[in-house]
Design a protein around this ligand. Structure first.
Ligand SMILES: Nc1nc2c(ncn2[C@@H]2O[C@H](COP(=O)(O)OP(=O)(O)OP(=O)(O)O)[C@@H](O)[C@H]2O)c(=O)[nH]1
Length: 554
């Protein structure tokens, strides 16, 4: 029933380096103050190194994308291009698809995210008691006994020494026939880019808040990550949120404290962030003690609903997720490439990602965008699962929107010099464009200084982050109607909604689509100096050749 826990370290290369890049001098100073040496950059770099070496060990010597021997690319033989596909995914889905759900765990630093997830994995039986006992002993020996459960998620030495999650940890477990994928995102503000990458894989967000006296308030303050994470996940397309009001054991399971937090967060999540009230669930928990995580705490008289984190996730997977699956798998296939590497002793390249829309099956021809190279799927493996514990699930004939997968494709069909993380795999006839410049609607977050034309920012979408600038301020929009209220403004300030042009640095391009065509490819966030300054959607692409919009803004 249990697949085990595997850490997906392959995200590190392309996320953490930009976290380091984004540090401005003020932030750097405050970070240096907050941590003794080594600096956060060193933590990131050494975690990265450790991640690579761990991953290489785990993969039995697989080389990462920047270290692989480059195979000679040649087009696929003509005979393969007309091969009919074997499966009708719609009917397969009805017969065989098991419910699945992936959720990202977000929240302020130290809110208890890793502990909560460690507890969840322990209580569903995905982690053996002897492992927790071992962690309890080891963490106790280094004076961090309270982190035993968090160590299930925080696997690197740096994370354990600091008590801080740096990288995204991906784990999979099964409960009542549902496959769950947990993405545990770091809470520290330096690692928000990693959190963005994690959220792009999720159906649901579990927002963990610390109910201890003053702790909720500091997480909810301007500098805290509670607000920033909530806005980010919503901007990245997650529209279902479960709020774990954690550490209630520290306030004697006070109903008043739970209500105080619930009321403040409900107001914020509905009015500021844009979640529908029906898509928010609050659960009072203690991750450390395991109350209302998998097992209900029966002696809390005021909590009549008896929902636990697990029961609510199961209910979402069965009652809500299955509905969206039906729609998404019928769209065109699109998968943003999260990573890729050569598979040793074979002539294959493995490409990793979460399917944004559509379906894929063995034998299918796919195009890599922007390079236009056409390749063919040789095998499909779900990721986050330990194939040694459940061999029957280690390969699949097909996969659909929402699945996290590794596709293997012939190395000869792909020139690896022409592939980058953030490129898109799509149907062979896809017309997705890779553009240098586009027009978008953005919502400006709390910014210390107004945004001027020419402001340099980092554009984040999934694991892609590209330096760019806000090249033109087109108009300020009325928030409720979306109509322009001021053309050619000189600057944008906090809270304003505006139409702007965004231009990538140098001659860089990025595969994009309008938001009306694709939620996944048409949405992004902008960060500057280590803070998120805006979220946006793509209105129109500006073709580099003509320099005119290729679609008319709605
Ligand atoms: N009393 C109590 N302490 C908790 C609870 N959950 C977590 N803690 C403690 O809070 C501290 C931080 O826990 P973590 O799980 O590492 O927090 P985190 O949110 O994952 O931290 P980052 O990953 O660094 O953002 C540890 O000392 C935990 O033992 C809880 O329910 N009750």
């Amino acid at each position: 029933m249990v697949f085990g826990v595997s850490r997906n370290s392959t995200y590190r290369a392309n996320t953490v380096s930009h976290a380091a890049l984004a540090l401005d001098s003020d932030l750097r100073n405050s970070v240096i103050e907050a941590f003794s040496s080594p600096s956060p950059d060193d933590i990131v770099l050494s975690a990265q190194e450790q991640g690579f070496s761990n991953l290489e060990k785990k993969l039995g010597g697989l080389a990462m994308n920047d270290q692989i021997k480059k195979p000679v690319a040649s087009p696929l033989p003509k005979s393969t291009s007309s091969a009919p596909l074997k499966y009708n995914i719609s009917s397969e889905l009805v017969q065989t698809k098991k419910p699945s759900l992936s959720f990202v765990v977000i929240g302020h630093v130290d809110a208890g995210k890793s502990t909560l997830m460690g507890r969840l994995l322990y209580d569903v039986g995905a982690v053996d008691k002897h492992i927790i006992d071992k962690y309890a002993k080891e963490s106790g020996n280094v004076g961090k006994g309270s982190f035993a459960l968090a160590w299930v998620m925080d696997q690197t030495e740096e994370e354990r020494n600091r008590g801080v999650t740096i990288d995204i940890a991906v784990s999979t477990f099964y409960s009542n026939g549902i496959q769950f994928t947990i993405v545990d995102a770091p809470g520290h503000r330096d690692f928000v880019p990693n959190m963005i990458a994690g959220s792009s894989q999720a159906d649901v967000a579990v927002l963990v808040v610390d109910s201890a006296t003053n702790a909720f308030e500091s997480g909810f303050s301007l500098d805290g990550q509670t607000k920033e994470h909530a806005i980010l996940v919503r901007s990245l397309g997650v529209d279902r949120i479960l709020v774990a009001v954690n550490k209630l054991d520290t306030v004697d399971w006070s109903f008043d404290r739970f209500e105080e937090i619930r009321i403040q967060l409900t107001e914020f999540l509905t009015k500021v962030v844009g979640f529908q009230l029906s898509k928010i669930t609050f659960i009072p928990v203690s991750g450390l003690n395991g109350d209302n995580v998998v097992n209900n705490k029966s002696d809390v008289s005021w909590y009549s609903s008896k929902k636990t984190i697990l029961s609510e996730l199961e209910s979402i997977a069965i009652n809500e997720k299955s509905y969206s699956l039906k729609k998404d798998h019928e769209k065109d296939f699109r998968m943003i490439i999260a990573n890729f590497y050569a598979v040793p002793h074979t002539s294959d390249v493995a490409v990793q990602g979460k399917i944004d829309s559509g379906s894929v099956q063995i034998g299918q021809l796919l195009k890599v965008i922007p390079s236009g190279m056409v390749t063919q799927v040789r095998s499909i493996s779900p990721i986050g699962e330990d194939s040694s514990t459940n061999k029957s699930e280690s390969k699949r004939e097909w996969a659909i929107a929402g699945d996290n997968i590794l596709l293997s494709v012939p190395a000869t069909s792909i020139d690896l010099d022409k592939v980058s993380v953030g490129d898109v795999l799509a149907n062979q006839d896809s017309n997705i464009e890779s553009v240098h410049k586009f027009t978008s609607r953005i919502v400006v977050f709390d910014v210390a200084r107004p945004l001027l034309p020419g402001t340099k920012v980092l554009l984040h979408r999934g694991r892609t982050n590209e330096p760019c600038k806000i090249s033109r301020l087109v108009s300020i929009l009325d928030k409720s109607t979306g109509t322009p209220i001021k053309k050619k403004p000189r600057f944008l300030s906090s809270g304003q909604t505006a139409t702007v042009d965004i231009e990538l640095e140098g001659d860089q391009t990025i595969p994009l689509d309008t938001f009306s065509n694709s939620k996944e490819l048409g949405r992004f966030v902008l960060r500057k100096g280590g803070s998120t300054i805006a979220a946006g959607v793509v209105d129109s692409l500006i073709s580099s050749k003509e320099n005119t919009p290729s679609t008319v803004p709605a």
